[in-house]
Design a protein around this ligand. Structure first.
Ligand code: PLP
Length: 1012
């Protein structure tokens, strides 16, 4: 059909519509492959869609759609479907001539809100589940629909998909092989299976442009319409599911999860039998094969139409990828999603094993009922480096068990970080997914111990997998229940001589010794132990059993490889790992702590382990920490661990005694500061530091009043809080005390001197007003305090010259200048060790906190000898824990590590890279108003409008929460809470920046960000 015939003829059809339906409206053309579709706007609102069918269109086809929609309006009125609006004469379909004089069928339906699902992002689990439910309801509503037009013989009838075979040679190898295999499977298995299923009326084209999505009152995306019934047919209901699933998987990172949500939704309202469920995955592939073959045919007809190739690219991508997914695994996953056992035989086998618990031969010739358990979980400090298990750690795992000592057991389903090899990683980044969940039970016992068959079986496979950290000797036995259901047991880390002892097919009697435990040089390098695993099938993975599953696939793999405890005559409970109970912890926290102790994120995080700039949750999922600045040199730094352990073993006392660690730390710290700043006070926190700084300023000047930039934060103690506009002008705050005088934040983006080259001096001039106010109230200036780069104020980099000009004014008025370097100090800024250096200013007092102890509570105040002398007025200064031996050892180690590991230079290089990447995102995403930062102190300000700077607060919150779903931690900040705050540990690398940029780019393309 040529597009010329479909010339819209707006005026013509507008007049026709007025005549047929009595509607005075404005028409706008909509996309349509063959027919003309118009959006009908009455009084400016889209109320209807006018459908003008192609010349020669079969009336029966339109009547079929009208009848189906009328039927559904009665049977499932809650499903969002268009309604047919009859013409003035009562007919659903009328005939009118087009401008060329050709008769055309036309009909009118109501319009539904929403955007095409295909254009909506993210296509998340809730939406997929709802889609499945809606389609299930639709099919349930069509169950008793009958119409002669349903009996159609056309290319989109999936049960007749075999028609593609003669056209397969339109596709080049190697792709042809993919579709040929699908076609062979269709002919051999699917077509006969479909022939045995009842044909029922289905929509038959739930593709992602026939689904609409709109937000509900709570802002949640919902399925708001299922449209275009033009491909309706009678076919097995599973075809409906498979077609919807074929589109739903495209572009999904975890396609099986996506289909699982869809199919589970469908199954919940319109149950699928086991036989139907078994057809979903292969039919989905068949539908995509039909689609790509159809495209190849179109391409033959229209070789210059690039669109055909582009539109099929996602289907090809998926078909190429799907070759790696075993159909058996896909089916098992869909069955689990529908709350069915992964395999039909699973409950029978498990019951059979449970009934015989206690009667199996002892696998290691030892009663294990009192065996102690080893903790190899995420909470255990094994391995030291969660990215690199060392040989000595592997060889000592589970503690060595001497001959005569009871064996020690390793838990089933325990998440572990010991699997650090590339084979366990699923992605290129440090924080990429990894496999952690142990699928067997370990039995640690001396090498050489005999391994016995717990029950009779035959040898299925035997091998020596000699690679480091593999199994060494490994054997798989096949067993059968009395009902004839097969299952399998695996024995890993054997003496490799098992390869000589056993031959596949050979029988093994219950209690027969068939192997011995390998020593580390034989068993892959591990402490001698047996990895004992059960599998209810091997279809889909053969002899290549995963011993460890990814947390997100643990449900599937623990269903295929259940707890083998029964075969060891042990209870399931005692051998299954139990991690912390998330909900119980959340409830206990609510009960034990005040409500204003907040948790981050809509879905709070529970972390058990940290390493460098990564955190691990209880399942061992790695998170990229782009937020926490306290672990300045990285979480769980080994040198800090070592220094702290050594010091705690000998002495930890206070500053009332001499100790070399105190002076060593003070000297290391002052060496980093301007010479004038030579006297140190050690405290426990940033708050305590600022509190003390305030006292120093007052002692030195005799004044009381302070000048402070707005939106700042200096701590949670009474005096520090009084200096913190972020708090006293925030929720629950009581406003500024009389002695605190706020000046506007020197914010080059949002402040009043935006774009002004003199902005530094002009913001500084604000101090004059504050000084005048002090004088007016008869006060006396003590000083000025500012976060050198305001952080909670929105990660702001003040304009050049600002701080130096302010300091000059403050000093001229007799005050002292306090730099709160809690956020910015110690090399974070890359080019500068301190924030004040970047501003060309030199403070009189510097306050340090957060990063100084890398997580150990440690703050410091460093000042001049003169100010220190003013403070030393006779009253003793003492902070019990401040400056403890331990704190001093740790603080000094932090300073040394920053230098030794070149972290300041890393902050500069990675910060520049990240900022450049963020700026290129800004070019493509209008919601990014500003990208600013220095080193690894970065802010990304989100706006709804780049002119008005209207803050996109919701988008910022959405991004932080979505990044958390992608396992990346950032925060939001600023007076409008619309600034993304990025300030990771200084170990953050280029590939981490790449991961953050990649995920952020994806999220910025989602509807919540596009809407602003
Ligand atoms: C700039 C600044 N100063 C002081 C503090 C208070 O430090 P602490 O929480 O250690 O008392 C903070 C804490 O976030 C801060 O960001």
């Amino acid at each position: 059909m040529s597009r010329d015939i479909a010339t819209p003829g707006l005026a013509h059809w507008t007049a026709v519509l007025a005549g047929t339906h009595g509607l005075t409206a404005r028409l706008e053309p909509l996309d349509g492959e063959y027919d003309l579709n118009f959006r009908v706007l009455t009084s400016g609102t889209a109320t209807h869609v006018l459908k003008v069918m192609r010349p020669g269109c079969d009336l029966g086809l339109v009547e079929l759609q009208c009848a189906a929609l009328a039927h559904l309006a009665r049977t499932v009125p809650a499903v969002p479907l268009p309604r047919v609006v009859p013409a003035l004469d009562g007919a659903s379909v009328v005939t009118r001539d087009d401008p060329q004089g050709a008769p055309r069928l036309l009909w009118l339906i109501t319009s539904l809100d929403g955007v095409a699902y295909g254009n909506f992002r993210p296509q998340g689990p809730a939406l997929l589940g709802e889609l499945g439910r809606r389609v299930g309801e639709l099919d349930a509503g069509l169950a008793d629909f009958a119409h002669p037009g349903l009996a159609r013989n056309f290319k989109w009838d999936l049960s007749g998909a075999g028609w593609i075979r003669p056209y397969l040679d339109l596709i080049d190898e190697p792709r042809r092989r993919i579709v040929t295999r699908i076609c062979d499977n269709f002919d051999a298995r699917l077509a006969p299976a479909l022939a045995g299923l009842p044909s029922v009326p289905i929509h038959n084209d739930i593709n992602d442009y026939n689904i609409l999505v709109a937000r509900d009152a709570g802002g949640q995306p919902r399925i708001s319409g299922l449209i275009d019934f033009g491909d309706m047919a009678a076919a097995p209901a599973v075809c409906e599911v498979a077609i919807a699933a074929a589109y739903a998987v495209l572009g999904q990172e975890r396609p099986l999860d996506a289909i699982g949500h869809l199919v589970a939704g469908y199954h919940a309202v319109h149950p699928l039998s086991d036989d139907e469920l078994a057809l979903v995955w292969p039919l989905l592939l068949t539908r995509l094969a039909v689609s790509v073959v159809n495209a190849a045919m179109m391409q033959r007809e229209r070789p210059d139409d690039a669109y055909v190739v582009i539109s099929e690219a996602p289907a090809w991508r998926f078909l190429e990828l799907a070759g790696e997914i075993a159909p058996e695994m896909a089916l098992a996953q869909l069955r689990l999603a529908c709350a069915k056992p992964a395999l039909p035989a699973a409950p029978r086998i498990l019951d059979w094993l449970a009934e015989r618990r206690g009667s199996f031969a002892p696998v290691l010739d030892e009663d294990l009922s009192h065996a102690p358990m080893a903790d190899l979980s995420i909470a255990a400090p094994v391995p030291r480096d969660p990215f690199a298990l060392e040989a000595d750690e592997a060889a000592a795992l589970g503690g060595s068990v001497a001959e005569g000592e009871p064996a020690r057991l390793g838990y089933y389903a325990e998440p572990r970080l010991i699997y650090t090899g590339a084979a366990f990683r699923n992605g290129p980044y440090g924080a990429s997914d990894r496999r952690t969940v142990h699928l067997g039970i370990d039995i640690f016992a001396p090498a050489g111990r005999r391994v016995l068959a717990p029950l009779a079986g035959t040898v299925e496979a035997v091998a020596d997998r000699a690679e480091r950290f593999d199994y060494g000797g490994v054997a798989i036995l096949r067993h059968e229940t009395h009902a004839g259901d097969a299952f399998f047991t695996l024995y890993g880390h054997l003496n490799p001589d098992v390869v000589q002892r056993l031959t596949p097919g050979q029988g093994v009697a219950a209690g027969e010794t068939f192997a011995t435990l390998g020593a580390p040089h034989q068993n892959g390098g591990w402490a001698p132990h047996l990895h004992f695993q059960l599998a209810l099938t091997t279809s889909g993975f053969g002899h290549d059993w995963p011993g460890v599953a990814s947390p997100d696939e643990a449900g599937l793999w623990t269903a295929i490889c259940p707890n083998p405890a029964a075969l060891l005559n042990l209870p399931d409970q005692a051998t299954r790992h139990k991690g912390p109970d998330f909900e119980a912890l959340r409830a206990a926290r609510g009960a034990r702590f005040a409500a204003n102790l907040k948790l981050s994120y809509n879905e709070p995080c529970l972390f058990l382990r940290g390493w460098r700039h990564y955190l691990f949750d209880a399942m061992g999922r790695p998170y990229l920490d782009a937020y926490n600045n306290v672990p300045h040199v990285g979480h769980a730094h080994p040198r800090i661990q070592a220094a702290a352990t050594r010091q705690m073993a000998v002495l930890n006392t206070n500053t009332r005694y001499l100790h070399p660690a105190q002076t060593a730390f003070a000297e290391a710290l002052t060496a980093k500061l301007p010479q004038r700043l030579s006297v140190c006070f050690f405290v426990n926190s940033g708050s305590e530091g600022n509190e003390l700084a305030l006292r120093l300023a007052r002692a030195h000047t005799g004044g009381r009043d302070m000048v402070v930039p707005d939106h700042g934060y200096h701590g949670m103690t009474t005096g520090a809080l009084d200096l913190s506009a972020y708090k006293f002008n925030g929720p629950g705050g009581g406003g500024a005390p009389g002695w605190v005088h706020l000046v506007e934040v020197a914010d080059p983006y949002r402040g009043r001197y935006r774009g002004d080259r003199q902005a530094g001096a002009k913001y500084a001039a604000e101090v004059d007003t504050a000084l005048a106010a002090i004088e007016a109230r008869g006060g006396r200036l003590a000083g000025f305090i500012a976060e050198t780069f305001p952080s909670v104020g929105g990660q702001i980099i003040p304009p050049p010259g600002y701080l130096a000009a302010v300091y000059e004014k403050i000093r001229a008025a007799g005050g002292v200048c306090i730099a709160d370097e809690v956020q910015t100090g110690l090399g974070r800024l890359g080019r500068h060790y301190w924030g004040f250096e970047a501003q060309g200013a030199e403070p009189d007092i510097v306050v340090l906190g957060k990063p100084l102890g890398n997580g150990h509570p440690l703050g410091a105040v460093v000042t001049t000898a003169e100010i220190a002398a003013s403070f030393a007025n006779g009253m003793e200064f003492f902070s019990t824990f401040g400056g403890s031996t331990l704190a001093c050892v740790i603080g000094r180690e932090v300073l040394t590590i920053v230098d030794d590991e070149g972290l300041q230079a890393n902050a500069e290089a990675v910060g520049d890279h990240l900022l450049a990447g963020l700026r290129s995102l800004q070019e493509r995403h209008a919601v990014i108003g500003d990208v600013r930062g220095m080193g690894l102190f970065i802010g990304v300000e989100m706006v709804r409008d780049r002119e008005t700077l209207a803050p996109a607060t919701e988008a910022a919150g959405y991004i932080a929460n979505r990044l958390r779903e992608f396992r990346i931690l950032i925060g939001t900040e600023g007076p409008h809470d619309n600034v993304l705050k990025i300030r990771p540990p200084l170990t953050f690398g280029r590939d981490d920046a790449e991961m953050l940029l990649d995920r952020l780019d994806r999220i910025l393309g989602e509807d919540s960000c596009r809407a602003g």
